[in-house]
Design a protein around this ligand. Structure first.
Ligand SMILES: Cc1ncc(COP(=O)(O)O)c(C=O)c1O
Length: 405
């Protein structure tokens, strides 16, 4: 198979096509790898990522291998799966043995919820700002005598560290938060929360899907016991190919709720009481999503080649422009402004105008954003540019003034 990084022009001596002479990314060229950006202003990565053309090539090569005389030897190879694990670990900063290649955020959270050694009367803490998939996985525990404590957001939509920690008591066993909240876009203070959880011996779980691939922070530096992230947002993988990071200290704090081939340290079916795999492999079972993992690997290479540091800077600059655009046309920004309290999402308060209607009107204009919890959410990524943001505010101003007439 061809070397994908070389094909994408991502490796070799600078200047390569995707980098400027000073070694910084050539964002214009990189944008060109996302065909949809020619047609629309896509400010909706918080819903689904656009995928670079090289993800499509990975899928094409996967099928081509099956159609060739190789008959799928590479496409269905477990070595390919391990290559994905190594690449994801390198890109997002963790040892490969701490990564389980799970289907999505929900699967990872359910593994913890169902595998944890709960005692009657225990509780866990989440917040009202969590996505369905960091809420529903915990709900069935109520039938087992476990209290699910849901911390309310304050009137501005924020959930503070103080509010989360105030909900904890001596029976709290797990605290689970989004790194970046999907609606407001608030970034959690991982340092404060992880230190608190460590001191109280609480398992700290982070839903990282809205931050992974945007922010420059290693997975093994979250201070988390478990990090869950579906693949289909800034990881630029596909649905069904996500990841779960399990800190070595947390490996034995919950049991894999499922077991099949690859869960154990043996493939010998005659062993009556097999021992779980010694690392995060134990949370995987059965045949993996080979096609999804091939795409996940290619996209993780791509992200690493650009560099998370450069990506974070780019998203910071573009979201600053979104905030400026909102200020200019007098739309209230709900998301906190300090960079360490937000990431790629900016939530806008349309002052009573229906966010659903405006989302639909903007879509007609070729501008994709989302209505979330009654507000308009714009989410930028490195393939966006200044023109996308200008188009958004030009049309938003138009639709809002029409609504005000
Ligand atoms: C914060 C958050 N968590 C989880 C998900 C998705 O969960 P899953 O990966 O299980 O589909 C989303 C969006 O789809 C999200 O915004």
């Amino acid at each position: 198979m061809n070397d994908p990084k070389a094909e994408a022009g991502l490796v070799g001596e600078h200047p390569s096509p995707l980098f400027l002479a000073d070694g910084t990314p050539n964002w214009r060229k990189i944008r060109g790898l996302f065909p949809a950006t020619e047609k629309i202003a896509y400010l909706d990565i918080a819903r689904k990522a656009l995928l670079p053309a090289l993800a499509e090539e990975a899928a094409y090569e996967w099928f081509a291998d099956i159609a060739s005389s190789e008959a799928g030897r590479h496409s269905f190879s477990m070595e390919g799966v391990e290559a994905t694990r190594r690449q994801v670990a390198t890109t997002f900063g963790a040892a490969p043995e701490t990564i389980a290649l799970v289907k999505n955020t929900s699967e990872a959270i359910n593994i913890v919820a169902q595998g944890f050694d709960w005692r009657d009367g225990d509780n866990l803490v989440i917040s009202e700002a969590e996505h369905e998939n960091n809420t529903f996985p915990w709900r069935p525990l109520a039938h087992r005598g476990i209290e699910v404590r849901v911390v309310p957001a304050d009137p501005s939509g924020m959930v503070t560290t103080e509010a989360l920690t105030a909900a904890v008591d001596a029976r709290t066993r797990i605290l689970s938060v989004a790194w970046v909240a999907y609606g407001l876009g608030q970034r959690a203070d991982l340092d404060a929360l992880s230190a608190f959880c460590r001191a109280q011996d609480i398992l700290f779980v982070v839903d990282a899907i809205q931050g992974l691939g945007v922010l420059d922070r290693r997975l093994d530096d979250f201070g988390a016991d478990v990090v869950a992230a579906g693949g289909h947002k800034a990881q630029m993988s596909v649905t069904g190919a996500g990841l779960m990071y399990v800190a070595p200290r947390a490996l034995n704090r919950f049991q894999p709720p499922f077991a099949a081939k690859y869960s154990f340290d043996t493939l010998d079916r005659t062993v009556a009481d097999p021992v779980y795999a010694p690392d995060a492999h134990r949370f995987e079972y059965g045949n993996p999503n080979f096609l999804g993992l091939a795409i996940q690997r290619r996209s993780a290479e791509f992200i690493a080649a650009i560099g998370l540091h450069a990506i974070e800077e780019r998203v910071h600059a573009l979201t600053d422009l979104i905030i400026e655009g909102a200020d200019r046309i007098g739309v209230k920004v709900r998301t906190p402004r300090a960079w360490d309290e937000r990431a790629g999402i900016v939530s806008l308060d349309l002052g009573g105008v229906s966010a659903e209607r405006v989302e639909a009107e903007l879509a007609e204009d070729g501008i994709r954003v989302a209505a979330k919890d009654g507000h308009l959410r714009a989410a930028a990524h490195f393939y966006n540019n200044e023109e996308d943001v200008a188009r958004l505010f030009d049309r938003l101003q138009h639709h809002l003034s029409k609504a005000g007439q």
